[in-house]
Design a binder for this molecule. Structure first.
Ligand code: MV4
Length: 454
Protein backbone atom coordinates (compact mmCIF):
# COMPACT_ATOMS: atom_id res chain seq x y z
CA UNK A 1 0.00 0.00 0.00
CA UNK A 2 1.02 3.62 -0.54
CA UNK A 3 2.59 5.56 2.32
CA UNK A 4 1.13 8.90 1.23
CA UNK A 5 -1.47 10.17 -1.26
CA UNK A 6 -2.19 13.61 -2.68
CA UNK A 7 -5.87 14.54 -2.98
CA UNK A 8 -5.80 16.75 -6.10
CA UNK A 9 -9.19 18.27 -5.46
CA UNK A 10 -11.16 20.31 -2.94
CA UNK A 11 -14.30 20.29 -0.82
CA UNK A 12 -16.49 17.26 -0.32
CA UNK A 13 -14.52 14.82 -2.49
CA UNK A 14 -11.15 15.90 -1.07
CA UNK A 15 -12.50 15.10 2.40
CA UNK A 16 -13.94 11.78 1.15
CA UNK A 17 -10.48 10.81 -0.19
CA UNK A 18 -8.75 11.92 3.05
CA UNK A 19 -11.21 9.81 5.08
CA UNK A 20 -10.52 6.75 2.91
CA UNK A 21 -6.77 7.28 3.38
CA UNK A 22 -7.15 7.36 7.17
CA UNK A 23 -9.04 4.09 7.20
CA UNK A 24 -6.34 2.51 5.02
CA UNK A 25 -3.51 3.81 7.24
CA UNK A 26 -2.27 6.04 4.42
CA UNK A 27 -1.09 9.61 5.03
CA UNK A 28 -3.08 12.23 3.14
CA UNK A 29 -1.90 15.48 1.60
CA UNK A 30 -4.50 18.11 0.76
CA UNK A 31 -4.07 20.97 -1.69
CA UNK A 32 -5.90 24.27 -1.64
CA UNK A 33 -6.32 27.50 -3.50
CA UNK A 34 -6.31 30.85 -1.71
CA UNK A 35 -10.12 30.79 -1.80
CA UNK A 36 -10.05 27.57 0.27
CA UNK A 37 -7.36 28.59 2.76
CA UNK A 38 -9.73 28.21 5.75
CA UNK A 39 -11.51 25.08 4.53
CA UNK A 40 -12.00 22.47 7.26
CA UNK A 41 -10.78 19.56 5.09
CA UNK A 42 -7.25 21.01 5.28
CA UNK A 43 -7.09 20.39 9.03
CA UNK A 44 -8.26 16.80 8.68
CA UNK A 45 -5.52 15.94 6.17
CA UNK A 46 -2.02 15.18 7.48
CA UNK A 47 -0.62 18.06 5.45
CA UNK A 48 -1.96 20.90 3.30
CA UNK A 49 -0.19 22.71 0.48
CA UNK A 50 -1.29 25.93 -1.19
CA UNK A 51 -1.23 25.56 -4.98
CA UNK A 52 -2.25 29.04 -6.10
CA UNK A 53 -4.86 31.71 -6.42
CA UNK A 54 -8.62 31.21 -6.45
CA UNK A 55 -9.27 30.68 -10.18
CA UNK A 56 -9.28 26.94 -11.03
CA UNK A 57 -6.86 27.52 -13.90
CA UNK A 58 -4.30 28.75 -11.35
CA UNK A 59 -4.94 26.00 -8.81
CA UNK A 60 -7.03 22.83 -9.15
CA UNK A 61 -6.59 22.73 -12.94
CA UNK A 62 -2.91 23.64 -12.89
CA UNK A 63 -0.92 20.48 -13.61
CA UNK A 64 2.59 21.85 -12.84
CA UNK A 65 1.40 23.17 -9.44
CA UNK A 66 -0.16 19.83 -8.53
CA UNK A 67 2.91 17.88 -9.59
CA UNK A 68 5.10 20.30 -7.61
CA UNK A 69 2.92 19.71 -4.52
CA UNK A 70 3.20 15.95 -5.03
CA UNK A 71 7.00 16.26 -5.27
CA UNK A 72 7.28 18.48 -2.19
CA UNK A 73 5.06 16.19 -0.12
CA UNK A 74 6.78 13.06 -1.48
CA UNK A 75 3.56 11.16 -2.19
CA UNK A 76 3.38 7.95 -4.22
CA UNK A 77 -0.06 8.49 -5.72
CA UNK A 78 -2.51 11.21 -6.77
CA UNK A 79 -6.28 10.96 -6.47
CA UNK A 80 -8.04 13.39 -8.85
CA UNK A 81 -11.57 13.12 -7.35
CA UNK A 82 -14.31 14.26 -9.75
CA UNK A 83 -14.46 17.31 -12.01
CA UNK A 84 -11.28 19.38 -12.49
CA UNK A 85 -8.54 17.11 -13.94
CA UNK A 86 -10.21 13.79 -13.14
CA UNK A 87 -10.85 12.84 -16.78
CA UNK A 88 -7.93 14.65 -18.34
CA UNK A 89 -5.81 11.97 -20.07
CA UNK A 90 -2.84 14.32 -20.24
CA UNK A 91 -2.86 14.76 -16.44
CA UNK A 92 -3.03 10.98 -15.93
CA UNK A 93 -0.10 10.57 -18.31
CA UNK A 94 1.96 13.32 -16.63
CA UNK A 95 1.34 11.81 -13.17
CA UNK A 96 2.64 8.44 -14.30
CA UNK A 97 5.58 9.89 -16.21
CA UNK A 98 6.57 11.71 -12.99
CA UNK A 99 6.40 8.39 -11.15
CA UNK A 100 3.18 9.11 -9.28
CA UNK A 101 0.49 6.52 -9.53
CA UNK A 102 -2.69 8.09 -10.93
CA UNK A 103 -5.67 6.77 -8.97
CA UNK A 104 -7.86 6.28 -11.99
CA UNK A 105 -7.86 4.47 -15.33
CA UNK A 106 -4.91 4.20 -17.76
CA UNK A 107 -4.61 7.41 -19.80
CA UNK A 108 -5.34 5.46 -22.99
CA UNK A 109 -8.73 4.35 -21.62
CA UNK A 110 -9.57 7.90 -20.45
CA UNK A 111 -8.67 9.29 -23.87
CA UNK A 112 -10.69 6.67 -25.74
CA UNK A 113 -13.78 7.06 -23.53
CA UNK A 114 -13.53 10.85 -23.79
CA UNK A 115 -14.54 10.55 -27.42
CA UNK A 116 -18.15 9.37 -27.38
CA UNK A 117 -17.87 8.08 -30.94
CA UNK A 118 -14.91 5.88 -29.90
CA UNK A 119 -16.72 4.71 -26.78
CA UNK A 120 -19.73 3.69 -28.87
CA UNK A 121 -17.52 1.82 -31.34
CA UNK A 122 -15.90 -0.13 -28.49
CA UNK A 123 -19.35 -0.83 -27.01
CA UNK A 124 -20.73 -2.06 -30.31
CA UNK A 125 -17.73 -4.37 -30.77
CA UNK A 126 -18.37 -5.73 -27.25
CA UNK A 127 -22.00 -6.42 -28.19
CA UNK A 128 -23.34 -3.68 -25.93
CA UNK A 129 -26.52 -2.12 -27.32
CA UNK A 130 -26.07 1.52 -28.35
CA UNK A 131 -28.61 4.11 -29.47
CA UNK A 132 -29.07 3.68 -33.24
CA UNK A 133 -26.91 6.35 -34.83
CA UNK A 134 -24.10 7.26 -37.17
CA UNK A 135 -20.94 5.17 -37.18
CA UNK A 136 -18.62 7.81 -35.84
CA UNK A 137 -18.55 11.49 -36.68
CA UNK A 138 -20.70 12.95 -39.44
CA UNK A 139 -18.59 14.99 -41.85
CA UNK A 140 -21.01 17.09 -43.90
CA UNK A 141 -24.56 18.44 -43.88
CA UNK A 142 -25.31 16.11 -46.82
CA UNK A 143 -24.17 13.11 -44.86
CA UNK A 144 -26.17 14.26 -41.82
CA UNK A 145 -29.29 14.67 -43.93
CA UNK A 146 -28.92 11.27 -45.59
CA UNK A 147 -28.33 9.61 -42.26
CA UNK A 148 -31.23 11.34 -40.47
CA UNK A 149 -33.60 10.29 -43.28
CA UNK A 150 -32.43 6.70 -42.94
CA UNK A 151 -33.07 6.43 -39.17
CA UNK A 152 -36.03 8.83 -39.20
CA UNK A 153 -36.77 12.00 -37.19
CA UNK A 154 -36.47 13.16 -34.46
CA UNK A 155 -32.69 12.83 -34.24
CA UNK A 156 -30.19 14.18 -31.76
CA UNK A 157 -26.90 15.80 -32.77
CA UNK A 158 -24.19 15.26 -30.15
CA UNK A 159 -20.61 16.47 -29.78
CA UNK A 160 -18.07 13.63 -30.05
CA UNK A 161 -15.89 15.24 -27.36
CA UNK A 162 -18.94 16.29 -25.37
CA UNK A 163 -20.96 15.14 -22.42
CA UNK A 164 -23.15 17.12 -20.11
CA UNK A 165 -25.42 18.20 -22.94
CA UNK A 166 -23.08 20.79 -24.53
CA UNK A 167 -23.25 20.83 -28.30
CA UNK A 168 -26.46 18.76 -28.25
CA UNK A 169 -29.38 19.59 -30.57
CA UNK A 170 -32.73 17.87 -30.95
CA UNK A 171 -33.83 17.96 -34.59
CA UNK A 172 -37.53 17.30 -35.15
CA UNK A 173 -37.68 17.55 -38.96
CA UNK A 174 -35.59 17.92 -42.08
CA UNK A 175 -35.83 21.71 -42.29
CA UNK A 176 -34.16 22.12 -38.89
CA UNK A 177 -31.24 19.80 -39.56
CA UNK A 178 -28.68 21.95 -41.38
CA UNK A 179 -28.80 24.97 -39.02
CA UNK A 180 -28.72 22.63 -35.98
CA UNK A 181 -25.77 20.72 -37.44
CA UNK A 182 -23.81 23.93 -37.98
CA UNK A 183 -24.56 25.47 -34.58
CA UNK A 184 -23.80 22.18 -32.79
CA UNK A 185 -20.40 22.06 -34.54
CA UNK A 186 -19.65 25.66 -33.58
CA UNK A 187 -20.64 25.04 -29.95
CA UNK A 188 -18.56 21.84 -29.84
CA UNK A 189 -15.53 23.65 -31.25
CA UNK A 190 -15.89 26.46 -28.70
CA UNK A 191 -16.47 24.16 -25.72
CA UNK A 192 -14.14 21.23 -26.50
CA UNK A 193 -11.83 22.53 -29.26
CA UNK A 194 -13.23 19.69 -31.32
CA UNK A 195 -16.03 20.32 -33.84
CA UNK A 196 -16.84 16.62 -34.39
CA UNK A 197 -20.50 15.71 -34.04
CA UNK A 198 -22.48 12.51 -34.53
CA UNK A 199 -26.15 11.62 -34.89
CA UNK A 200 -28.46 9.45 -32.83
CA UNK A 201 -32.09 8.52 -32.86
CA UNK A 202 -33.77 10.71 -30.22
CA UNK A 203 -35.07 8.58 -27.34
CA UNK A 204 -38.24 10.10 -25.92
CA UNK A 205 -38.27 10.74 -22.16
CA UNK A 206 -35.58 8.20 -21.27
CA UNK A 207 -34.47 7.30 -17.78
CA UNK A 208 -30.77 7.74 -17.03
CA UNK A 209 -29.43 4.55 -15.52
CA UNK A 210 -25.74 4.00 -14.91
CA UNK A 211 -23.70 1.02 -13.78
CA UNK A 212 -20.77 1.25 -11.36
CA UNK A 213 -17.82 -0.89 -12.31
CA UNK A 214 -14.56 -1.79 -10.56
CA UNK A 215 -11.61 -3.29 -12.40
CA UNK A 216 -8.26 -4.31 -10.94
CA UNK A 217 -4.92 -4.40 -12.76
CA UNK A 218 -5.02 -8.22 -12.87
CA UNK A 219 -7.93 -8.34 -15.29
CA UNK A 220 -10.81 -8.82 -12.85
CA UNK A 221 -13.83 -6.66 -13.66
CA UNK A 222 -17.02 -6.52 -11.61
CA UNK A 223 -20.07 -4.30 -11.56
CA UNK A 224 -21.67 -2.88 -8.43
CA UNK A 225 -25.14 -2.66 -9.93
CA UNK A 226 -27.11 0.34 -11.02
CA UNK A 227 -28.09 3.89 -10.12
CA UNK A 228 -30.93 5.96 -11.48
CA UNK A 229 -29.91 9.59 -12.04
CA UNK A 230 -32.92 10.73 -14.04
CA UNK A 231 -33.69 13.69 -11.79
CA UNK A 232 -31.68 16.44 -13.41
CA UNK A 233 -32.09 20.07 -14.26
CA UNK A 234 -30.09 21.37 -17.21
CA UNK A 235 -27.83 18.33 -16.96
CA UNK A 236 -27.15 18.96 -13.27
CA UNK A 237 -28.17 15.95 -11.22
CA UNK A 238 -30.43 16.64 -8.25
CA UNK A 239 -31.29 13.18 -6.88
CA UNK A 240 -29.72 9.75 -7.43
CA UNK A 241 -30.72 6.35 -6.13
CA UNK A 242 -29.75 2.70 -6.11
CA UNK A 243 -31.14 0.34 -7.21
CA UNK A 244 -32.84 2.02 -10.17
CA UNK A 245 -36.60 1.83 -9.55
CA UNK A 246 -38.82 -0.03 -12.00
CA UNK A 247 -36.19 -2.30 -13.48
CA UNK A 248 -36.62 -6.07 -13.43
CA UNK A 249 -33.81 -8.13 -11.92
CA UNK A 250 -33.24 -9.53 -15.40
CA UNK A 251 -32.68 -6.07 -16.89
CA UNK A 252 -30.41 -5.10 -14.02
CA UNK A 253 -28.29 -8.21 -14.57
CA UNK A 254 -28.08 -7.59 -18.32
CA UNK A 255 -27.08 -3.94 -17.71
CA UNK A 256 -24.33 -5.03 -15.33
CA UNK A 257 -23.03 -7.65 -17.74
CA UNK A 258 -23.00 -5.14 -20.60
CA UNK A 259 -21.00 -2.68 -18.49
CA UNK A 260 -18.44 -5.36 -17.60
CA UNK A 261 -18.04 -6.39 -21.27
CA UNK A 262 -17.43 -2.78 -22.22
CA UNK A 263 -14.91 -2.20 -19.40
CA UNK A 264 -12.99 -5.32 -20.43
CA UNK A 265 -13.03 -4.24 -24.09
CA UNK A 266 -11.28 -0.93 -23.35
CA UNK A 267 -8.80 -2.35 -20.85
CA UNK A 268 -10.39 -0.36 -18.06
CA UNK A 269 -8.74 -0.32 -14.62
CA UNK A 270 -10.05 1.34 -11.43
CA UNK A 271 -13.59 2.66 -10.78
CA UNK A 272 -15.82 3.85 -13.60
CA UNK A 273 -19.40 4.23 -14.71
CA UNK A 274 -21.22 3.14 -17.85
CA UNK A 275 -24.21 5.37 -18.62
CA UNK A 276 -27.30 4.06 -20.35
CA UNK A 277 -30.62 5.47 -21.47
CA UNK A 278 -33.57 3.25 -20.62
CA UNK A 279 -36.85 3.64 -22.49
CA UNK A 280 -40.40 2.94 -21.31
CA UNK A 281 -40.09 -0.71 -22.47
CA UNK A 282 -36.97 -1.25 -20.34
CA UNK A 283 -34.83 -1.36 -23.47
CA UNK A 284 -31.42 0.10 -22.67
CA UNK A 285 -28.82 1.83 -24.81
CA UNK A 286 -25.24 2.63 -23.85
CA UNK A 287 -24.36 6.33 -24.23
CA UNK A 288 -21.08 7.08 -22.48
CA UNK A 289 -18.45 6.13 -19.89
CA UNK A 290 -17.43 8.31 -16.94
CA UNK A 291 -13.80 7.50 -16.21
CA UNK A 292 -13.79 8.75 -12.60
CA UNK A 293 -15.40 8.35 -9.19
CA UNK A 294 -18.75 10.11 -9.37
CA UNK A 295 -20.54 12.50 -7.04
CA UNK A 296 -23.33 9.95 -6.55
CA UNK A 297 -21.05 7.02 -5.58
CA UNK A 298 -22.40 6.89 -1.98
CA UNK A 299 -25.76 5.36 -2.95
CA UNK A 300 -23.88 2.38 -4.42
CA UNK A 301 -21.67 2.17 -1.33
CA UNK A 302 -24.70 2.09 0.94
CA UNK A 303 -26.55 -0.72 -0.85
CA UNK A 304 -23.50 -2.88 -1.69
CA UNK A 305 -21.42 -2.25 1.45
CA UNK A 306 -18.37 -1.57 -0.74
CA UNK A 307 -16.20 1.48 -0.05
CA UNK A 308 -15.53 2.56 -3.62
CA UNK A 309 -12.85 5.14 -2.79
CA UNK A 310 -10.87 2.67 -0.71
CA UNK A 311 -11.18 0.18 -3.56
CA UNK A 312 -9.85 2.81 -6.00
CA UNK A 313 -6.76 3.28 -3.83
CA UNK A 314 -6.22 -0.46 -3.36
CA UNK A 315 -6.54 -1.05 -7.12
CA UNK A 316 -4.02 1.73 -7.89
CA UNK A 317 -1.63 0.10 -5.39
CA UNK A 318 -1.80 -3.07 -7.48
CA UNK A 319 -4.02 -5.08 -5.16
CA UNK A 320 -6.52 -7.63 -6.44
CA UNK A 321 -10.24 -7.02 -5.92
CA UNK A 322 -11.22 -8.75 -2.64
CA UNK A 323 -14.52 -10.03 -4.11
CA UNK A 324 -15.98 -11.62 -7.23
CA UNK A 325 -19.20 -10.75 -9.03
CA UNK A 326 -21.24 -13.32 -7.09
CA UNK A 327 -20.18 -11.67 -3.81
CA UNK A 328 -21.69 -8.32 -4.81
CA UNK A 329 -25.36 -7.95 -4.00
CA UNK A 330 -27.51 -4.96 -3.16
CA UNK A 331 -29.55 -4.78 -0.01
CA UNK A 332 -32.34 -2.26 0.54
CA UNK A 333 -32.44 1.12 -1.15
CA UNK A 334 -30.47 4.36 -0.98
CA UNK A 335 -31.40 7.85 -2.23
CA UNK A 336 -29.09 10.87 -2.37
CA UNK A 337 -30.03 14.55 -2.57
CA UNK A 338 -27.38 16.99 -3.74
CA UNK A 339 -27.63 20.09 -1.60
CA UNK A 340 -26.31 23.11 -3.47
CA UNK A 341 -25.88 26.74 -2.48
CA UNK A 342 -28.15 27.96 -5.26
CA UNK A 343 -31.19 30.17 -5.48
CA UNK A 344 -34.14 28.19 -6.92
CA UNK A 345 -36.06 31.46 -7.31
CA UNK A 346 -33.35 32.94 -9.50
CA UNK A 347 -32.80 30.24 -12.09
CA UNK A 348 -30.63 28.26 -9.68
CA UNK A 349 -27.97 30.92 -9.74
CA UNK A 350 -25.02 30.01 -7.45
CA UNK A 351 -25.53 31.61 -4.02
CA UNK A 352 -22.11 31.72 -2.35
CA UNK A 353 -21.68 33.20 1.12
CA UNK A 354 -21.33 32.39 4.82
CA UNK A 355 -23.22 29.49 6.35
CA UNK A 356 -24.37 31.16 9.56
CA UNK A 357 -26.04 28.12 11.05
CA UNK A 358 -26.07 24.45 10.27
CA UNK A 359 -28.00 21.49 11.65
CA UNK A 360 -26.87 18.14 10.29
CA UNK A 361 -29.39 15.30 10.32
CA UNK A 362 -28.54 11.95 11.87
CA UNK A 363 -30.15 8.82 13.17
CA UNK A 364 -30.82 5.47 11.51
CA UNK A 365 -30.20 5.30 7.78
CA UNK A 366 -28.70 8.77 7.36
CA UNK A 367 -25.33 9.66 5.82
CA UNK A 368 -24.13 13.24 5.33
CA UNK A 369 -21.10 13.67 3.04
CA UNK A 370 -19.98 17.26 3.30
CA UNK A 371 -17.01 19.52 3.87
CA UNK A 372 -18.94 22.41 5.45
CA UNK A 373 -19.38 23.54 9.05
CA UNK A 374 -21.06 26.55 10.73
CA UNK A 375 -19.26 29.75 9.70
CA UNK A 376 -17.94 28.18 6.49
CA UNK A 377 -17.90 30.53 3.52
CA UNK A 378 -18.98 28.92 0.23
CA UNK A 379 -16.55 30.49 -2.25
CA UNK A 380 -17.91 31.84 -5.54
CA UNK A 381 -15.17 30.25 -7.64
CA UNK A 382 -16.21 26.59 -7.80
CA UNK A 383 -19.31 24.46 -7.99
CA UNK A 384 -21.87 25.11 -5.33
CA UNK A 385 -22.21 21.67 -3.70
CA UNK A 386 -22.64 22.04 0.07
CA UNK A 387 -23.26 18.41 0.87
CA UNK A 388 -24.91 15.17 -0.08
CA UNK A 389 -27.68 13.77 2.07
CA UNK A 390 -28.03 10.02 1.64
CA UNK A 391 -30.91 8.03 3.13
CA UNK A 392 -31.04 4.26 3.45
CA UNK A 393 -34.02 1.99 4.04
CA UNK A 394 -34.88 -1.69 3.62
CA UNK A 395 -37.14 -0.71 0.71
CA UNK A 396 -37.53 2.37 -1.50
CA UNK A 397 -40.55 3.48 0.54
CA UNK A 398 -38.56 3.15 3.77
CA UNK A 399 -35.64 5.09 2.29
CA UNK A 400 -38.08 7.83 1.26
CA UNK A 401 -39.49 8.06 4.79
CA UNK A 402 -35.97 8.40 6.18
CA UNK A 403 -35.07 10.97 3.52
CA UNK A 404 -38.17 13.12 4.19
CA UNK A 405 -37.43 13.11 7.90
CA UNK A 406 -33.72 13.88 7.36
CA UNK A 407 -34.46 16.71 4.90
CA UNK A 408 -36.78 18.23 7.51
CA UNK A 409 -34.01 18.04 10.13
CA UNK A 410 -31.42 19.62 7.83
CA UNK A 411 -31.01 23.36 8.35
CA UNK A 412 -28.57 25.50 6.37
CA UNK A 413 -28.85 29.24 7.04
CA UNK A 414 -27.00 32.19 5.53
CA UNK A 415 -27.07 31.01 1.92
CA UNK A 416 -29.94 30.05 -0.38
CA UNK A 417 -30.03 26.29 -0.97
CA UNK A 418 -31.84 23.63 -2.96
CA UNK A 419 -33.24 22.08 0.26
CA UNK A 420 -36.81 23.41 -0.33
CA UNK A 421 -36.77 21.92 -3.83
CA UNK A 422 -35.70 18.52 -2.44
CA UNK A 423 -38.46 18.64 0.17
CA UNK A 424 -40.96 19.05 -2.70
CA UNK A 425 -39.43 16.29 -4.80
CA UNK A 426 -39.56 13.65 -2.06
CA UNK A 427 -43.29 14.36 -1.53
CA UNK A 428 -44.29 14.43 -5.18
CA UNK A 429 -46.59 11.54 -6.21
CA UNK A 430 -44.61 10.96 -9.43
CA UNK A 431 -41.32 10.65 -7.57
CA UNK A 432 -42.87 8.46 -4.87
CA UNK A 433 -44.19 6.16 -7.61
CA UNK A 434 -40.80 6.14 -9.40
CA UNK A 435 -42.61 7.64 -12.43
CA UNK A 436 -39.80 9.97 -13.48
CA UNK A 437 -37.51 10.43 -16.46
CA UNK A 438 -34.78 12.85 -17.52
CA UNK A 439 -37.32 15.49 -18.57
CA UNK A 440 -39.49 15.32 -15.42
CA UNK A 441 -37.90 18.09 -13.36
CA UNK A 442 -38.21 20.69 -16.09
CA UNK A 443 -41.52 19.35 -17.47
CA UNK A 444 -43.41 18.88 -14.20
CA UNK A 445 -41.57 20.28 -11.20
CA UNK A 446 -40.61 23.65 -12.65
CA UNK A 447 -44.04 24.05 -14.29
CA UNK A 448 -45.80 23.21 -10.97
CA UNK A 449 -43.80 25.90 -9.24
CA UNK A 450 -44.79 28.54 -11.78
CA UNK A 451 -48.45 27.77 -11.27
CA UNK A 452 -48.04 28.19 -7.50
CA UNK A 453 -46.33 31.56 -8.00
CA UNK A 454 -49.27 32.75 -10.11
C1 MV4 B 1 -29.95 11.36 -25.34
C2 MV4 B 1 -31.29 11.65 -25.03
C3 MV4 B 1 -32.26 11.15 -25.86
N1 MV4 B 1 -31.91 10.40 -26.96
N2 MV4 B 1 -29.65 10.62 -26.42
C4 MV4 B 1 -27.91 14.35 -22.27
C5 MV4 B 1 -26.46 14.46 -21.87
C6 MV4 B 1 -25.76 13.25 -22.38
N3 MV4 B 1 -25.07 12.59 -21.30
C7 MV4 B 1 -26.80 12.40 -22.99
N4 MV4 B 1 -28.06 13.09 -22.91
C8 MV4 B 1 -29.17 12.63 -23.54
N5 MV4 B 1 -28.94 11.82 -24.60
C9 MV4 B 1 -30.62 10.17 -27.20
N6 MV4 B 1 -30.31 9.46 -28.30
C10 MV4 B 1 -31.56 12.44 -23.91
C11 MV4 B 1 -30.49 12.93 -23.16
C12 MV4 B 1 -30.84 13.73 -22.03
C13 MV4 B 1 -30.48 13.37 -20.74
C14 MV4 B 1 -29.75 12.22 -20.51
C15 MV4 B 1 -29.38 11.86 -19.24
C16 MV4 B 1 -29.78 12.65 -18.17
C17 MV4 B 1 -30.50 13.80 -18.39
C18 MV4 B 1 -30.86 14.17 -19.67
C19 MV4 B 1 -31.62 15.33 -19.86
C20 MV4 B 1 -31.95 15.68 -21.12
C21 MV4 B 1 -31.56 14.91 -22.21
Amino acid sequence: MFERILAANRGEIALRIIRACKELGVESVAVYSQADRDAPYLKIADRAICIGRAPSAESYLNIPRLIAAAEVADVQAIHPGYGFLSENPHFAEVCRSCNFEFIGPPHEAIRKMGLKTEAKAVAAAAKVACVPGSDGAVGSTDEALRFARSIGFPVLIKAAAGGGGKGMRVVRDESALVPAFQSAKAEAEAAFKNPSVYLEKFIDRPRHVEVQILADAKGHVVHCWDRDCSLQRRHQKLVEESPAPGLSQKTRTRLGEAAVRLAKAVGYVNAGTCEFLVDADEKFYFIEVNARIQVEHPVTEVVTGIDLVKQQIRIAAGQELPFRQDDITTRGHAIECRINAEDPDNDFRPAPGRITSLRIPGGPGVRWDSHVEPGYVVPPNYDSLIGKLIAYGSSRDEALCVLRRALDELVVEGVKTTIPLHRRIVRHPDFIAGRVDTTWVERILMADRMSVVR
